[in-house]
Design a protein around this ligand. Sequence first.
Ligand code: BGC
Length: 754
Amino acid sequence: MNNMFINTGYKNILPFVRLGVLILPILLLLYSCQEKRSETDRKIDELMSKMTLDEKIGQMTQICFSTITHDGTKSLKLHPDSFRSAVINHHVGSFLSGTGSAREWIVFINEMQKIAVEESRLGIPLLIGIDHIHGANYVNEGTFLPHNLTLSCSFDTLLVSKCAEITAIETIGLGINWNFSPVLDLGKNPYWPRLYETYGEDPLVCGKLGSAYIKTMQKINIKNYSRLAACGKHFIGYSDPKSGWDRTPAEIPGQILYEQHIVPFEMGIDAGVESIMINSGEVNGIPVHTSKQLLTHVLQKQLGFEGIIITDIKDIMKVVEMHSGAKNEKEATLMAIEAGVDVSMACNSYDFIRYVRELIKEGNITEERIDHSVKKVLKLKYKLGLFEQTYMKEHYDTVYRKQTHLQIAQKAAGESIVLLKNTGILPLKDFNGTILLTGFASNSKRLLNGSWTLEWQGAEERRQPRDMYTLKTALAEEFPGSQIIHFINDTITTDKKRQFRAMARQCDVIVVTAGEELYSEFKGNIPNLKLDKTQQDWLKMTINADKPVVLILIEGRPRIITGLEKDMKAIIFAGYPGVMGANAIAGILSGRINPSGKLSFTYPRHVHHNVPYYHKISEEYIPLYPFGHGLSYSTFKYNHLQMNDTLIKHKREKIDVSVEVSNTGSIEGKETVLWYISDLTGRITRPVKKLAHFEKKHIKPGEKVLFNFTIIPEQHLTYPNRHGNKILENGKFVLRVGPYEKCFVMDLEDTSTY
Ligand code: BGC
């Protein structure tokens, strides 16, 4: 009896002991995190208690390298006096933008940090910013990856993470700790000259790829180095100006802002993005830099963003000069700070510092408001480990463009490039005939790497990586048994045409490149999306040669090729595929790589008919190639679309769906399954369909692979109103995947907003 009692008592407490064993380490961990957090907070408070007002304002200021270098450019030759003036006299806490070799970077940044830490009164290390938006694109030795628009056609979050990882590894070693990437703007206006910097037109794709990038980039931790902060840009509405031109006004209804543009930022914030850059333009008549509604109410309060809000370059001044939104820069400074700006990318002027000081003295800005921003900046410096790891080793440069990084670069290009059309001519397997290669990008590295490569507008040919292939050299290596003849792109004359015809007579296939010269930002404003006349003429010349033509599009946005496309035997969209782009294109031509990219944007048919795939029912969708289009050398068959239920009666109910995809071709390949949901009626009219989930998997020939998706009402069946509140409406929905669709119904008793 006694024993039984003891035993039972022991058994009674056993679950608690087990629970304790499980919970204790978690509690200890939480406690130590808490400790650590408060320790950092204590350090920040202590540091701030010693700071003068000027020292605080300096932390809110970012200055361009061009202000502190010898020749006033982005070169990495420090002008110590100018730099001391910035750091010692103006107390600047952050700098940005240079270009050069890895070694120059390391020496330059170490020199800056040394002066900041050893000579400034409080020894606060510096934030150093860069736009490494497609790999480490401002380092001579960097691995230049495909630009985001190309990369997003891979629909592969793991691949994007890999790209973020190698970008981080190649950036951290230089001493750079702040990367102004990724662009989270929605690429839905093909005229916008920054389309190629986006992850395409779909909010979910932008959000998922962007947050995969952010998570990986910020988590890479290399022993003895500080970490890297990402920056989601450009909040909000930058990518859809009415005119299509850079930094011109956008008119976007609140409901569309929430349903489309805000989504990737929200996901980026959930992924922990440390900073957000503001849209230079105006939205609905208000320059975003002065919009308290967008920067404080929406970004901070509603979306819960607690990181640094940084202006775009010289943008407080642009409130006056570009928008006439304030009578002078001092007033614009006040408006921007009231709106929520923490750091001004002032670039080459110290006026921001002067104005903030005056505004505080005059009682227009409180010191608490300044402390709020300074605390964020110092917190980031602590979080990144800058106080512990301020200097870089001089021999880090061995990690650049190493074999494994180049392999990722080729994989990224190979899985992103989209085969738009194939009449059966591709792949040129075991081909041993003659290829006539021509077109504007046929022997260029510059055009494959795109803009933002060593220079803002893209560096000239001689600065491009020595070992990089052009299409000409890549084809020669890919097709060792064939003859590659190259016809240099030039002005078309009657004589040229004759020469071309003569050369074409000797060939079996013509490979021609067409697309766009390089541009970034406003330099890419164009009045007409049509392919340039000279390029059209070049394409016509190849078509008239009466040989099969394969067209490769090297471009930052879909330039209209309607009319010409019908005469092509195959068309490939390569975008800006990066340092291994030529190898990837050659691999796709030969069949070494089975293409698996799908369009993350709509390829328009007509110059002024730019309608995304999630258009309204009253609009017509008549693209040349739709969103999600992309061919493979395998064939994939969708079967057995299954749903475990077709009725949702409670908010918390979910529907599990699956589809089986089999590879019915003869080679292995990858398929991206795109799950769409259509809400058939809505008080606010609904898009005809919306991507709800996507996944890419590898499938062997003959193999059947199951793709799953769970429909969650709050996530997939609601939509926001103009205040961002979620609306849930009963009714009929359609799930679409591949060629199939199935209806389901939501019939809740309580549909009050979330
Ligand atoms: C661009 C930003 C970029 C900044 C710093 C601006 O012109 O709009 O995207 O981060 O320059 O280089």
